[in-house]
Design a binder for this molecule. Structure first.
Ligand SMILES: *[C@@H]1O[C@H](CO)[C@@H](O)[C@H](O)[C@H]1NC(C)=O
Ligand SMILES: *[C@@H]1O[C@H](CO)[C@@H](O)[C@H](O)[C@H]1NC(C)=O
Ligand SMILES: *[C@@H]1O[C@H](CO)[C@@H](O)[C@H](O)[C@H]1NC(C)=O
Length: 361
């Protein structure tokens, strides 16, 4: 009899361990790369600066004086970063884009911005561009942990405990002071590729076990936007990219839904709505497509390059992939794509991404 109980207990343990390992593996499989434990966050690391990848979105920027096959120097990158800010403030002044580029500095925006008082840095979070890495960098700089590996994964997004406060937790005077004096930055990527990434991460793979995307948000979008309701079993067929595109492009219709969805919309609302880049004068906007150059440049510009370095970026992961974009949008009507672009064109213009004419015409 006793043997039976022991056996049962042992089986229970094995099951628990299996579940734990499975969770670990799934958590690592997320799109936000570079979260493997035990990677080297070298203190004053010598950095290998790679040549600018010939990525599509950068072509709009005025070319620095070197050829793109030549390794850019730090001052070249400084010029690229300055041009981006110039472009941004120019587009902010364009009155025909006004309602797509201007938002008020609401509590929602202040909730997106994280504060590192020790080094006078503000970071606006824009999901799907390696934000977890930047948050870890700032958590370490704030002093709650001495290095990045020590930060438990569960704590990175727990802002009660990780020593990385949101700007919204401060008084109006404290907020104003920080907004006008601190180094401020955020990261963007091609707006349509970002939407594809959000769709995959939340509605297809959902590696972080966030059931509300599939169980609450997807059915609500399908009910309102799926053309054919013959698919009676919503849960089984899941959200299609086409449903998602129709929802995103419906400026008026989605307003009420978005209120119900709450904070989860941070994965697909515009960068302008997340970070208010026309109201807050950011010091720097990094591009995911050139993160190899931007990450070290941001650390340097923020004056923290001696303290931390950005983890290795897996090769190829940041490149703009036009084939992927074409594939996702194939079969979606021009009308729906044009509506989507109308909604997101503010982001395309503000950050110098070329309009996706290959989808629109
Ligand atoms: C403002 O934006 C519109 C829409 O993209 C564009 O056609 C126009 O040329 C821009 N105006 C200026 C002054 O840049
Ligand atoms: C912005 O304004 C234009 C007309 O000026 C309108 O057609 C468009 O729907 C507005 N966009 C948003 C997001 O409110
Ligand atoms: C681009 O995306 C396509 C389709 O998803 C994929 O097959 C291809 O490997 C990707 N190319 C690169 C360079 O990642």
């Amino acid at each position: 009899m006793r043997h039976h109980w022991l056996l049962l207990g042992a089986c229970g343990w094995v099951l628990l361990i299996l579940i734990f390992v499975r969770n670990l593996i799934s958590i690592r499989a997320v799109d936000d790369y570079g979260e493997r434990p035990g990677q080297s966050w070298t203190v004053p690391g010598t950095k290998v600066v790679k040549p600018i990848p010939a990525s599509n979105p950068e072509k709009q920027l005025p070319k620095p004086t070197h050829q793109s096959s030549v390794v850019p120097t730090a001052s070249d990158w400084q010029a690229v970063a300055e041009k981006r800010i110039e472009l941004l403030s120019g587009v902010c002044k364009n009155s025909s884009l006004r309602n797509l580029t201007h938002v008020s500095i609401s509590k929602f925006v202040l909730d997106r911005i994280f504060v590192c008082d020790k080094h006078k840095i503000l970071f606006c979070q824009t999901p799907k561009v390696g934000n977890t890495q930047w948050k870890k960098v700032l958590i370490v700089l704030n002093g709650a942990f001495s290095n990045v590996e020590e930060i438990p994964e569960s704590l990175v997004h727990d802002h009660e405990k990780n020593g990385l406060p949101r700007l919204s937790s401060l008084t109006p005077q404290e907020i104003t002071h920080r907004l006008s004096t601190y180094f401020k930055f955020f990261i963007v990527r091609d707006p349509f590729e970002r939407l594809i990434s959000a769709f995959k991460d939340k509605f297809v793979k959902n590696p972080r076990f966030e059931p509300w995307y599939k169980h609450d948000i997807a059915p609500a979008i399908i009910r309102k936007y799926r053309k054919s309701h013959r698919d009676s079993d919503f849960a089984a067929s899941g959200l299609h990219f086409e449903d998602f595109v129709r929802y995103l492009g419906d400026v008026e219709g989605r307003r009420r839904m978005d209120q119900q969805f709450g904070e989860h919309i941070i994965h697909w609302i515009t960068y302008a709505e997340l970070c208010a880049p026309c109201e807050i004068h950011y010091s720097l906007v990094g591009h995911h497509e050139t993160l190899e150059q931007d990450a070290p440049h941001i650390l340097k510009a923020a004056g923290i390059e001696q303290l931390v370095s950005y983890p290795d970026i897996p090769p190829g992961i940041t490149h703009y992939n036009r084939t992927k974009v074409e594939r996702y949008f194939s079969g979606i009507s021009k009308r729906d794509i044009k509506r989507l672009y109308a909604r997101y064109q503010g982001d395309f213009h503000l950050f110098g991404y070329p309009s996706p004419d290959f989808l629109l015409n």
